[in-house]
Structure formats: structure tokens, C-alpha cells
Ligand binder design. Structure first.
Ligand code: NAI
Length: 332
């Protein structure tokens, strides 16, 4: 089975973890024809365009991409390339599985939950303006169409993967119209899946419940911003950002990336944990229908964590990025 995949190595620790992931996939005998390309538009691109158009074209053509993180300036500067890629490619479902890895010290054991985050609207619309000096407006866009689409994705995913319970997370007590519409749309879809238990939680309570008792959750369905915040929170329950993967899925194509960012504090030092991107590539192999290869890498990864001799510093070990990748390759 040979796959053609767009590889966007990204920035900061992106190229380091992408190269480690690629080495492991090759050692596992996965046949991939990589089309490597930068995600960010060059300085000479059309005004306002932050995404490299050639990267968008490549993902559209290959229908699958593996992507490293890309930096976004804080309070000013260019808009996020990551968000632009997800929106341009209409990758409306962001799937974030959170599970304990053997040997990784964490606050809880047996955490096994999925966050499904709406990926195209909400406060990520990027529609902000200054009304008068000292007053700005930021628009939270919620549509029935996108809310229904993500709810359908979440319930279908739950049904297909044996998940029994869906929690919709909202703040409709305050944002009565926007989160209200999200909730109303989700309820309509939930009614079509009577075999799946449906619950609702206000986001602040959901955060508290998550750090007190994450085992009560199975699948969480969230609008964009709450999904972003709660998935980092959930990552913190199982060992941090170095071990949590994600998939951005649309009807036409899919892009797999770690939940973490460019980690500027450790970039270029060979210290980054490539597990999150490697686990994202396992999600990618499943998406491509290559379960045998996904399983081989999953097992090797598990063995390396069980032995705990060559794990990276973020999860309590001493190994660097390459030493960890070598250990996974040896375990294969
Ligand atoms: P971050 O995820 O880059 O780093 C947070 C902390 O986690 C840091 O201490 C970092 O060293 C650690 N960390 C993250 N990934 C790690 C790994 N694989 N191995 C070991 N340690 C790891 O978050 P931060 O600092 O808030 O963001 C940095 C930049 O990344 C920003 O420009 C942000 O916009 C961007 N970003 C990009 C994302 C993407 O491309 N999807 C997602 C999140 C942030």
C-alpha cells in the first residue's frame, strides 16, 4: 500500500519532530511518497495571504497532510496560518484523543476521552475591529450549519468507535443566542442517536469536572474556543502537550498535527518529544486504511514507554528527540 501525503514540517520544534516521525514511519515499512512544502506564504505572496497557496493545492490534491506547528504573533502581526489552513481546506472537525501512556507520570490513570472541536468559526472568525479608540469588538460567529455538521460528526464518530456518552460544552446561560444556537443544533442531532447518552455542561463547570474526575467523560463536543482551551487542559491530565495528537477532518481532505505549538523555549535543541506528531501519524495511517502499520507503530511506542529508558524530558526521561525515535525504531 503506497500513500501520497503532503508534509508541512512547520516551525520551531516542527521540523525536528517531523523528521523523527518520518524516520519511524519509514522504519515501520510504510510506503509514503512525501510532498514536502512550507505552510506559510513567502514575503512575495499576494497581500493578506498568510498560507502558502502551493501547500493548500498540495493538500487538496493528495487529500491527506501531516503538519508540524506554526507560530502566530501575539496581539498584532499576521493572522494564524494554522487557523487559515483549517478554514481554507474546510477541515471542520478537530478530533483530539487524550489517553494515558504507560509509564508517563500523570494525575490520573485510565483516562481515555475524545474531544471533538468545531474548527471553522466561533471567536476564531478573526473578525475584530476598533469601534472607537479604547473599544474593540470581536465577533463570535455561530451558525446552525456548522454546529449541526460538527454534532453529526461527533455522534457518528461515537457510534462508530463504541463511545457511549457525548457531553456538549457551552456557555449558553450567558451567550444565549450564539451558544444557544450551538446547543439547539446539537440537541436536534442528539435526538437522532438515542443509543448514545447525551449530556450538557457549562464550560466553567466542565473544566472543574475535568480536573476532578476525567474518567466520567467519554466524548466532549465543543465550539472552537472552548475546544482549544479544554484540549490543552485535558493534555495536562495525561503528561502534557508532548503526548497528545490531533486530526483535522473535512469532507474532502484531512490534516494531522500535534496539539502542541512551536515550543520556542526548546526549539533547535533536539529536546522535543515527537510522540504527539507520531501519534498523529498513527491517526493518519488509520484514516488511510493502513491499520497494520498503525498498530506496529502503536505497539513499538508502547514498548518504549513501558521500558521508560529512552523517553524525553517533558515526560520525566533524559532522551533527546533522535534518541527517542531510535528507540521506537529499535522496538519496531
Ligand atoms: P507550545 O505548545 O508551543 O508550548 C507550551 C509548553 O509545552 C512549552 O513549555 C513547550 O516546551 C512544551 N512543549 C510543547 N510541545 C512539546 C513537545 N513536543 N515536547 C516537549 N515539550 C513540548 O505553546 P505556546 O508556547 O503557547 O505557543 C508557541 C507558539 O506555537 C505560538 O506562536 C502559538 O501560536 C503556536 N501554536 C501553534 C499551534 C499549531 O501549529 N497547531 C498550536 C498551539 C500553539
Amino acid at each position: 500500500m503506497k500513500h501520497k501525503v503532503t508534509l508541512i514540517p512547520g516551525e520551531g520544534i516542527g521540523p525536528e519532530v517531523a523528521s523523527a516521525t518520518r524516520r519511524v514511519l519509514e522504519a515501520a515499512g510504510v510506503q509514503i511518497d512525501w510532498e514536502e512544502i512550507a505552510g506559510r506564504a513567502g514575503a512575495s505572496s499576494d497581500q493578506g495571504q498568510v498560507v502558502n497557496q502551493a501547500a493548500v493545492d498540495s493538500v487538496r490534491k493528495n487529500r491527506v497532510a501531516l503538519k508540524g506547528p506554526m507560530a502566530t504573533a501575539i496581539a498584532g502581526g499576521a493572522p494564524s496560518v494554522n487557523v487559515a489552513l483549517r478554514k481554507t481546506l474546510d477541515l471542520y472537525a478537530n478530533l483530539r484523543p487524550v489517553r494515558n501512556l504507560p509509564g508517563v507520570k500523570s494525575h490520573f490513570e485510565n483516562v481515555d476521552l475524545i474531544l471533538v472541536r468545531e474548527n471553522t468559526e466561533d471567536l476564531y472568525s478573526g473578525l475584530e475591529h476598533e469601534v472607537v479608540p479604547g473599544v474593540v469588538e470581536s465577533l463570535k460567529i455561530i451558525t446552525e450549519k456548522a454546529s449541526t455538521r460538527i454534532a453529526r460528526f461527533a455522534f457518528q464518530y461515537a457510534k462508530l468507535h463504541g463511545r457511549k456518552k457525548v457531553h456538549a460544552i457551552h456557555k449558553a446561560n450567558i451567550m444565549k443566542l450564539s451558544d444557544g444556537l450551538f446547543l439547539k443544533s446539537v440537541r436536534t442531532v442528539a435526538a437522532q442517536f438515542p443509543e448514545i447518552q447525551y449530556k450538557e455542561l457549562i464550560v466553567d463547570n466542565a473544566c472543574m469536572q475535568m480536573v476532578m474526575d476525567p474518567l466520567q467523560f467519554d466524548l466532549l463536543l465543543l465550539p472552537n474556543l472552548y475546544g482549544d482551551v479544554m484540549s490543552d487542559l485535558a493534555a495536562g491530565l495525561v503528561g502534557g502537550l508532548g503526548v497528545v495528537p490531533s486530526a483535522n477532518i473535512g469532507d474532502e481532505c484531512a490534516m494531522f498535527e500535534a496539539v502542541h505549538g512551536t515550543a520556542p523555549d526548546i526549539a533547535g535543541k533536539g529536546l522535543a518529544n515527537p510522540t504527539a506528531l507520531l501519534m498523529s501519524s498513527i491517526l493518519m495511517l488509520d484514516h488511510l486504511g493502513n491499520r497494520p502499520a498503525a498498530k506496529r507503530i502503536e505497539d513499538a511506542l508502547e514498548r518504549v514507554y513501558c521500558e521508560a529508558k529512552h523517553i524525553t524530558r517533558d515526560v520525566g526521561g533524559k532522551a533527546g528527540t533522535n534518541e527517542f525515535a531510535d528507540a521506537v525504531i529499535a522496538a519496531l
